[in-house]
Design a protein around this ligand. Structure first.
Ligand SMILES: [Zn+2]
Length: 82
């Protein structure tokens, strides 16, 4: 399964990642197909300028952005990526 910011449901815990609707005036900043914000957490690392991992805000499952593979790595606000 391909993970990206438009994926709606967590494949691990089935949480709904859809958040509020993106206001019409702000849609120009998002993908043309994007209609709602996402609760999915994007994680950036020092080694790459951009999203490297996605994390479910509910079960904390974390996926590699490039392979969409579930990883054992997890992000903690205080400890960083472990
Ligand atoms: Zn989840």
């Amino acid at each position: 399964m391909l993970m990206d910011s438009e994926t709606r449901y967590c494949p691990v815990c089935r949480a709904d990642w859809q958040a509020s609707e993106i206001p019409a005036k702000s849609r120009q900043y998002y993908a043309p197909s994007a209609t709602h914000y996402s609760r999915l957490i994007s994680i950036e690392t020092r080694s790459y300028d951009g999203v490297s991992y996605w994390q479910c805000p509910d079960c904390k499952a974390t996926w590699d952005r490039w392979t969409s593979a579930l990883t054992a790595r997890q992000f903690h606000p205080s400890k960083g990526l472990t």
